[in-house]
Design a protein around this ligand. Structure first.
Ligand SMILES: Nc1nc2c(ncn2[C@@H]2O[C@H](COP(=O)(O)OP(=O)(O)OP(=O)(O)O)[C@@H](O)[C@H]2O)c(=O)[nH]1
Ligand SMILES: [Mg+2]
Length: 199
């Protein structure tokens, strides 16, 4: 299926466009896309961002879908499913994506009858920005957006979805969910990079 990378956020906590910020010699978003493309079940990737940033990502060599809504991740997921059908969606700020974990989620999705397959922590916390979505979920999202209900988590909880329990998996799969929100998160990203060999 298509890999979709959400890149329409404001990077408020980071203080400048985090997805173009260079980490280990290249923009953060390239770390995310390169890892996502290593998943066997991801055919290609697509960036979903604002009109203003379209060119910046095209210059990096990506296909770009413009998010006119900019109401948060729910809008990016909605537009992608409408445009490309089934998709594996991640946030652009996830430089430690584990391709085997992505394949596990997509494989589980294909075997299930669910509209969404999403990793879930023991405490119930869901990771909707590292999840497989059916094109049929677009209609559910359209209705939620129409009602001005912009919580992706709430929309998922309203349908038949499958949960992938993170704590039951190898610990390096959990690292896949690590994301960069503040400048200080970069330190942990680099440390992980030096100490762990994922594949
Ligand atoms: N297409 C799209 N992507 C979004 C939108 N809002 C957030 N994202 C992306 O979703 C991912 C996770 O969001 P956050 O970690 O909160 O990133 P952010 O919104 O840029 O950062 P903050 O402003 O600090 O919250 C990031 O890759 C964002 O670029 C949106 O309205 N549309
Ligand atoms: Mg984040």
């Amino acid at each position: 299926m298509m890999g979709v990378i959400l890149a329409g956020g404001k990077s408020k906590r980071f203080g400048e466009d985090k997805l173009l910020y260079r980490v280990d010699g290249k923009p953060l978003i390239l770390h995310t896309t390169e890892r996502l493309l290593k998943a066997r079940l991801v055919e290609d990737v697509l960036i979903v961002t604002s009109k203003e940033r379209r060119e910046k990502f095209e210059d990096l060599g990506f296909s770009v879908l413009v998010d006119e809504l900019l109401i948060g991740p729910i809008g990016g997921v909605y537009i992608s499913l409408k445009e490309v059908g089934d998709a594996f969606v991640v946030a652009g700020d996830m430089p430690r994506i584990n391709p085997s974990f992505v394949d596990l989620i997509i494989g589980t999705f294909y075997k299930s009858e669910s509209l969404v397959c999403v990793p879930v922590w023991e405490n119930g916390y869901m990771e909707p920005l590292h999840a497989a979505y059916s094109k049929d979920f677009a209609e559910v999202l359209r209705k939620a957006i129409e009602r001005e209900e912009y919580s992706l988590n709430q929309a998922i909880r309203g349908v038949n979805f499958c949960e992938i329990e993170i704590e039951n998996l190898p610990p390096e799969f959990g690292e896949s969910l690590f994301n960069i929100n503040k400048k200080s998160d970069l330190k942990s990203a680099q440390l992980l990079g030096q100490n762990h060999v994922l594949f």
